[in-house]
Design a protein around this ligand. Structure first.
Ligand SMILES: NC(=O)c1ccc[n+]([C@@H]2O[C@H](COP(=O)([O-])OP(=O)(O)OC[C@H]3O[C@@H](n4cnc5c(N)ncnc54)[C@H](O)[C@@H]3O)[C@@H](O)[C@H]2O)c1
Length: 331
């Protein structure tokens, strides 16, 4: 695996340093084009719409067509500027157009910076099935300019914080302490703090992916809170991904306490931090429904479930257990 280079700072200046000499085509979305016209329009560009519905093959086909009409060839560099949707699509287009062209990202959402832009997973949804088609291909670089997070709606910013907290619980106890301090000082979203948190969280993900790019083992750790979170997200239309993951992390931390793996005081720290960040930790749907949805989600494999459990703040384990055993942890 060729490691992705991570850069932090002013996107405009960084791009001048890191882009290759070759032709560059930007893929972005309408919001980014509207908010950051100078960044985008200095290159040839293709702007797509916004929202999860456009993360589909129709959009990919549209981009292939535009690239062909421009005469883009194997030497063209594709630069995705946007959140997780733009980078997932750009990575997929780049790894398939003319059997693969080089690509990199300017990641513009907190969730994108700490999660979607790194690790090489890309792809699109098929009907209501998320990320059904895709590849694992690493971008050459990811630029994270935290000043761009200033234009992000507050709810999107908070959703990204759930993934920062997840990274901290999975692999960086010091990061967890840091977030706690920032939250109690009331300045968690200051650029200097965001930059520190983004770089630490990215490093957690990068170091795990370096050991297990294709998710056959250690990479599963990054799913902390996601198994239950996905079920909550499916069942409740007014809860976004980060909010559902926050609930999933709280529930799984308490399950780990019941298993004797995690201390009650650490589980309380997790809940306290999530609450202070503004998350709800109690799902609005009954636990029975969440478990039913989780079981449906997992039916495709077998009666066992791989579950990520915290054993300390900064350390998690993956445990394979029977679904019945898993259910008993919550009832
Ligand atoms: N590939 C991976 O490993 C991975 C990991 C996690 C999530 N994802 C995917 O990421 C996607 C979600 O990503 P997301 O949360 O970044 O959503 P997104 O890309 O839809 O961005 C959220 C919204 O914010 C807008 N936006 C982006 N940057 C902005 C900025 N700086 N200022 C103002 N508005 C801005 C976008 O136009 C969009 O409307 C999902 O499709 C998910 O499946 C992928």
């Amino acid at each position: 695996m060729i490691p992705t280079k991570l850069y932090f700072g002013d996107a405009m200046a960084m791009l001048r340093e890191v882009l290759p000499e070759s032709r560059v085509v930007v893929i972005t979305d309408e919001n980014i084009l509207r908010l950051y016209p100078n960044l985008v329009t200095q290159y040839e560009h293709i702007a797509i719409g916004c929202g999860e519905d456009i993360k589909c093959m129709d959009t990919v086909m549209h981009i292939y067509g535009e690239l062909m009409a421009m005469g883009a060839d194997r030497s063209t560099f594709l630069l995705g500027i946007g959140g997780g949707i733009v980078t997932d699509i750009t990575g997929f287009v780049a790894s398939t157009y003319m059997r693969g062209v080089a690509f990199g990202f300017v990641s513009t959402t907190l969730l994108g910076q700490v999660d979607a832009s790194v690790g090489g997973k890309n792809g699109v949804n098929v009907a209501s099935f998320k990320n059904m088609i895709g590849t694992i291909t690493q971008p050459q670089f990811v630029i994270s300019d935290v000043t761009m997070l200033g234009t992000l709606p507050e709810r999107e910013l908070r959703a990204g914080m759930a993934e920062v907290v997840k990274s901290a619980i999975v692999g960086d106890g010091e990061l967890f302490d840091y977030i706690e301090r920032c939250v109690s000082d009331g300045n968690c979203y200051l650029s200097e703090h965001l930059q520190y948190m983004v770089s630490r969280a990215m490093n957690v993900k990068m170091s795990i992916v370096a050991e297990d790019e294709r998710e056959s083992g250690k990479r599963r750790l990054l799913n902390l809170g996601h198994t239950i979170g996905h079920a909550i997200e499916k069942l409740t239309h007014d809860v976004n991904h980060g909010e559902a993951v926050a609930m999933g992390m709280s529930l799984i931390a308490r399950a780990a306490v019941r298993l004797g793996l995690f201390s009650p005081s650490d589980a309380e720290r997790v809940d306290a931090l999530l609450l202070r960040l503004g998350f709800y930790i109690a799902p609005k749907v009954p636990m029975e429904e969440i478990l039913r949805a989780t079981r449906q989600d997992k039916k495709k494999s077998d009666e066992y479930i791989n579950i990520v459990l915290p054993v300390a703040i900064g350390e998690c384990v993956v445990r394979k257990m029977k679904f019945e055993e898993f259910e008993k942890l919550f009832i």
